[in-house]
Design a protein around this ligand. Structure first.
Ligand code: NAP
Length: 290
């Protein structure tokens, strides 16, 4: 039986860990807050007392945590997974982390004999729970082949970008473009509301016009209805992704990433107002009348 250690049971990780149970893997789980693991334990997962405990005897360690600091802690911290993971173990990092962190972590884990797979994802929590994520992979081709049986339960599509780090480069540009679009949409809708336009007609025009991406289509309905009951992606995470992307842009481009910086600034405000609220609540920040 294949053995997976799954670390990080937030909105995304909880559903992903459940997919390994559904697929018949032996699964050990760890999360900073144990309550999120209870139903997975009831379904047969082993509760590990630390990432280090989770990684004992694992064929693959899969992580899905918030950011660079969390990733560093669960892999390399005092009770990190690297302490017990055996040489040859697959180290599959699915969190959205910075490019610099991916390179540093890969170097560190390679040095200890682990096989590093850069594997950020796209898709919302419902896609995570149903195994329909798109996996954005950066890895040595032979390592990807070894990792495939551990990727199939969580992803319906694997996009292979090349060397370690390249999956993260794509993930960061994807989410930076999303941040720019969502922040821009909020401003556009706020202007239309304050100018007194019929918002049903505005929505219909957006849905049938050419300016909207799938991201904009989804958020326009939620923003106009102020329907943010279930936060799927938080302001804090969107800010983090945009900031990591801008840092990458600044290392590669001669000119300042003007749009990216504006999106980081917009999401810094949203994060300050309510870090755990849905990213779409940006509309509430920008729609206050003059
Ligand atoms: P989330 O619900 O906020 O969960 C964050 C996870 O990270 C939780 O398990 C949390 O533990 C853990 N964590 C945070 N800080 C930690 C630390 N210092 N040490 C150890 N664990 C820590 O976030 P999410 O939406 O699942 O997102 C997880 C990752 O997937 C992020 O990198 C995000 O950018 C990416 N992502 C999210 C989506 C989405 O639609 N939500 C889509 C694609 C990619 P606790 O439970 O104890 O707080």
């Amino acid at each position: 039986m294949r053995r997976v250690a799954f670390i990080g049971l937030g909105r995304m990780g909880h559903g992903m860990a459940g997919r390994y149970l559904d697929a018949g893997f032996a699964v050990s789980v760890w999360n900073r807050s144990k309550d999120k693991a209870e139903d997975l334990i009831a379904r047969g997962a082993r509760w590990a007392t630390s990432p280090e405990d989770a990684a004992i005897d694992a064929d693959a360690v899969v992580t899905m945590v918030a950011d660079d600091a969390a990733s560093r802690a669960v892999w390399l911290g005092a009770n990190g997974a690297v302490t017990t993971a055996k040489p040859g173990t697959l180290a599959i990092e699915c969190s959205t982390v910075s490019y610099g962190h991916v390179l540093e972590l890969a170097r560190e884990l390679h040095g200890r004999g682990l096989v590093y797979i850069d594997c950020p994802v796209t898709g919302l929590p419902d896609a995570a729970a149903s195994g329909k994520l798109t996996l954005l992979v950066g890895a040595d081709p032979a390592d990807l082949e070894r990792a495939r049986p551990f990727l199939e339960p969580i992803g319906s599509s694997i996009r292979y970008f090349g060397a370690v780090g390249s999956g993260t480069v794509y993930k960061l540009i994807n989410n930076l473009m999303g941040a720019i679009q969502i922040a821009g949409l909020a401003e556009g809708l706020a202007i239309a509301e304050q100018a007194g336009l019929d918002m049903n007609l505005v929505l219909e025009s957006i849905q049938n016009g050419v300016a909207a991406s799938p991201q904009v289509l989804r958020h326009s309905k939620r923003m106009v209805a102020r329907d943010f009951a279930d936060a799927t992606f938080t302001a804090a995470l969107r800010h983090k992704d945009a900031a990591y992307a801008v840092a990458l842009a600044e290392s590669l481009l001669a000119d300042k990433p003007v749009m990216g910086r504006a999106a980081v600034e917009a999401y810094a405000r949203a994060k300050q107002a309510a870090p755990d609220d849905d990213e779409g609540k940006m509309i509430e920040l920008v729609s206050r009348p003059k």
